[in-house]
Structures are given as C-alpha cells and as structure tokens.
Ligand binder design. Structure first.
Ligand code: ATP
Ligand code: MG
Length: 436
C-alpha cells in the first residue's frame, strides 16, 4: 500500500486497512507484558474491541523493549472503570483510564473521532487542540495519531496488526512521517515537533521531507506550549541516553532557542565556548545512562544555564556586588527567566543553584573553608561540574588539581554527606504524560 501522504485527501476518508496476519509478523504475546495482556483480554472478553497501539507495537516490531504498553478500545472511560478495580480516570483535555499494577501503569484510551469533527466535547483554538473527547472507531482514531510508525494496532482477538497509513513500509524503510498535513498537525499540537526529534533519535529514523520542512517553518510555535508540558518533554528528550544527538537536532531545527532562550543568546556570542561545555555534559550524561548510573536533571540544568549565570554575575560584579552576592543574584535571575519557558521543579533548580554557588566557594582554599565545603551534600556534584568546566576549556587546572587531591584524601567524608535524593534513575518508573 502507498504510504499516507500529506497531500492525500485519502487521509480523511474511510479506507480499508492492510491487515498483517499473525503468520506474517514476529510479535508474540510473550513479548507483551502480562499486565497489558490482562487488560486486553478483559476488555475483549467483555465484548469490547481491544488493541495494543503506538510505541509498544512499533518497538516490538523493531526489536526494542517498549517503555510502556498503551491500549485502545471502543469501551468508554466509565465502562473501562467498571471492568477494573485498579483503574483511575485522568485528564480533562483527554480523558483516559490508567490501570495500575504495582509499578506498571497500562494506559487505556477510547477511540477518538477524526479532528475535523467539532462539537462541545472538542475545543480548538487558533488551530490548537485544547480539549478532545469525541469518541469514534478505530478508523477515526488512526488519523489523530502523530507519526505513521506510531499508528499500528495489534488486535488481541487474532493477533493481527492493522495498518491504515503504510506504517509497516515506513518502519521497514526507517522513515518518520507525519500522518496528514504536517503544518496542520504541528499547529494542533506543537509538541509534535519535539516528538519528531525524539523518535528520529530514539529509533534512528530519518524525518521525512515534508515532516521535516514544516518544523523549520513552525518552530516558533513552541513558545505557546505550557512550561509544565515542556518540562515533561525535556525529560524524555534529555534523559533518553541520547541527549547529545537530541541537542544537535534541536539546534539544527531552531527548536533549542525556544526552550533555552538565555543559553541561545550566549551561544550566539560565543559558540565555541558554550558548545564545548554542553557537548561534554551531554556526552557524560549519555555515558552514565548507558552504564546505568544515576543522573540528575539538576546537573544538566546547571550546565545549560551556567554561561548565562556567569554573564549576569560579571554584570552584577561590575556594579559593585561581592562575588557571593553576585552569583546568588545571577542564579535567581537566570532561574526565574528560564522557568517561564520550561517549568523545572524546584528540587532541580535548587540543585543547579547549589552547584553554581559552590563553584564560587571553591575558590577559597585556606583555613577551615575547604573542609566545610567537603561536607556539603552537593560537594560531589559541584566538584564534577568543576571538572567539566575545566575540560570544556575554562582555565581552572590549578584549582582542579588542588580539589582533586583534597577530595581524594577525604573521600569517606564526601560519601557520608552526599545527597542521595532527587536523583533520576533512567530505569525507574516515570509518570505517564498526557497526550494530545
Ligand atoms: P514512547 O512511549 O516510547 O515514548 P509512544 O509512541 O508510545 O513512545 P506515547 O507518548 O506513549 O508515545 O503515546 C502513545 C501513542 O499515542 C503514540 O504512539 C501516538 O500514537 C499517540 N500520541 C501520543 N502523543 C501524541 C501527540 N502529541 N499527537 C498525536 N498522537 C500522539
Ligand atoms: Mg508509550
């Protein structure tokens, strides 16, 4: 079948899908989590349609381990709730059922109608979806999904795969392709531009020409995304183990300036210096995630905003403030400006702030001060950050040598006081985000 094409009017019509029978694909029920199977079978036994959909099907076809399993059904949210004791309905914009099994959440959504239908349950403003609770059937639901690769349905009844948009062909050819008209779909939900970057990096897919072109045109729409939603996307983008590649693509598509406007300003003034720091921190983060070591978003935030903090600090110092006062004020200025784009939770911005303040305190190496610093819960993070700055070309070698020697001698003290909380383990359970 010809893949769905943006200009294809066919995308709005009811067309028969391609059905790939069990004998022609390699997804086996043993690849699917027991809890997802339980949900699928209970829905099906109650007479509802039940499919695995989205990333789960895509990842199994590609031989990856799915992050989570999403289910779609013709049962309405309240009917889903009647079937499962461990079920909670969430979301106003998109009403969904979350079925919880210990640490695992299976998200169950009801088929939604195509987006050009409007009535009281769907609300669109300036082309953007604000609320969408009009239900439909599987052949309506498929058109509201973002990329072809994310639109396959695995039918629990006969274990076939249902493909309306040429998704199998795109997956085989490693294409990431928006369903429908990309410009319209990005306007409906600008987060899809970030999702394009994320999936192309995660799956190593090429972004299809039209899907790609419109990101260059519409990147400014990111400014309209609520900062809380951008934070969720930030986490998925940068805690994926491929943050360096993500960073390069976000810059290539000019999405980065809308996420980190202050950092962008400094990049424009001094590309080599800032890029070198960011390059190192992302590389380092990716390596830690691959080695299953904990990483903290606070550390990333510290690096991303450090050049801006330094700039404000210099300005405040030239206005007569002492070092410590200048860096405190600079930290507060930078954080308060940044969170109007991405609302980083306070626990992370506090960590970044501690790391910055300690950079300045590490200059003092006489008397009891170094010992006091050593027992600061963030000393280890601040020391790692100092190393990173030196590697990135700041002239700090002498300071690094001194602190390395000192820290080596008192490792046990550092470990005793080290902050164990608010660190992020990539393998841990994450909150499921609302979708659009
Ligand atoms: P992963 O879970 O690996 O991040 P995923 O493809 O499963 O990837 P989810 O965010 O879990 O992504 O969403 C599940 C499915 O819901 C997607 O595959 C897609 O079909 C649909 N979806 C999610 N977010 C959007 C969106 N913003 N616009 C359109 N469809 C979406
Ligand atoms: Mg998913």
């Amino acid at each position: 079948m010809k893949p769905a094409h943006p200009e294809d009017n066919v995308t709005r019509m009811k067309i028969p899908p391609r059905i790939i029978p069990r004998s022609e694909h390699h997804i086996s029920r043993s690849d699917i989590s027991d809890n997802a199977l339980k949900v699928l079978y209970r829905l099906s036994n109650a007479g509802f349609k039940a499919y695995l959909v989205g990333g789960g099907v895509r990842d199994l076809l590609l031989g990856h381990k799915p992050k989570d399993f999403d289910v779609v059904t013709d049962a309405r949210p309240d009917q889903v709730r009647e079937l499962f004791r461990n079920c909670r309905l969430i979301g106003r914009r998109f009403r969904l059922a979350h079925i919880r099994f210990g640490d695992e959440i299976i998200e169950v959504s009801t088929f939604r109608a195509a987006y050009h239908v409007t009535d009281g349950e769907r609300h669109i403003e300036d082309g953007r979806i604000i609320r969408d609770n009009i239900y439909g059937d599987i052949d309506d639901d498929v058109w509201r999904r973002d990329f072809t690769a994310n639109s396959l349905f695995y039918n629990i009844d006969d274990q076939s795969i249902v493909d309306y948009v040429g998704a199998m062909a795109d997956i085989e050819a490693s294409w990431l392709r928006m369903i429908g008209d990309p410009a319209e779909r990005y306007r409906e939900d600008p987060v899809r531009m970030l999702r394009a970057i994320r999936f192309s990096v995660k799956l190593d897919f090429k972004i299809h020409e039209d899907t790609e072109k419109q990101i260059h045109e519409l990147n400014h729409l990111l400014n309209d995304i609520p900062p809380a939603r951008l934070f969720e996307e930030f986490m998925k983008l940068f805690m994926s183990g491929k943050s360096l590649k993500v960073y390069h693509l976000l810059r290539e598509f000019s999405l980065f300036p809308h996420m980190f406007p202050l950092t962008q300003q400094i990049l424009e003034q001094d590309e080599a210096r800032v890029d070198s720091l960011l390059h190192r921190v992302f590389l380092n983060t990716d390596e830690r995630i691959h080695d299953d070591k904990p990483v903290s978003p606070g550390f990333l935030i510290a690096a991303l905003l450090w050049p801006s903090v330094m700039e404000f600090m210099e300005e405040y110092k030239s206005n007569g403030l002492a070092d410590q006062d200048a860096i405190m004020l600079a930290s507060d200025t930078v954080i308060s400006q940044q969170i109007s784009s991405i609302s980083f939770p306070r626990r992370y911005t506090l960590m970044a702030r501690d790391i910055w303040l300690l950079q300045s305190r590490m200059k003092h190496r006489r008397g009891k001060r170094p010992m006091r610093l050593l027992s600061h819960p963030r000393f280890k993070a601040a020391y790692d950050f100092l190393l990173l700055r030196a590697e990135a070309g700041e002239n700090l070698q002498e300071m690094v040598d001194w602190w390395s020697d000192f820290a080596n001698r008192y490792q046990d003290i550092i470990e005793q006081n080290r902050h164990g909380r608010s660190r992020f383990r990539p393998s841990g359970r994450r909150n499921k985000s609302r979708r659009s």
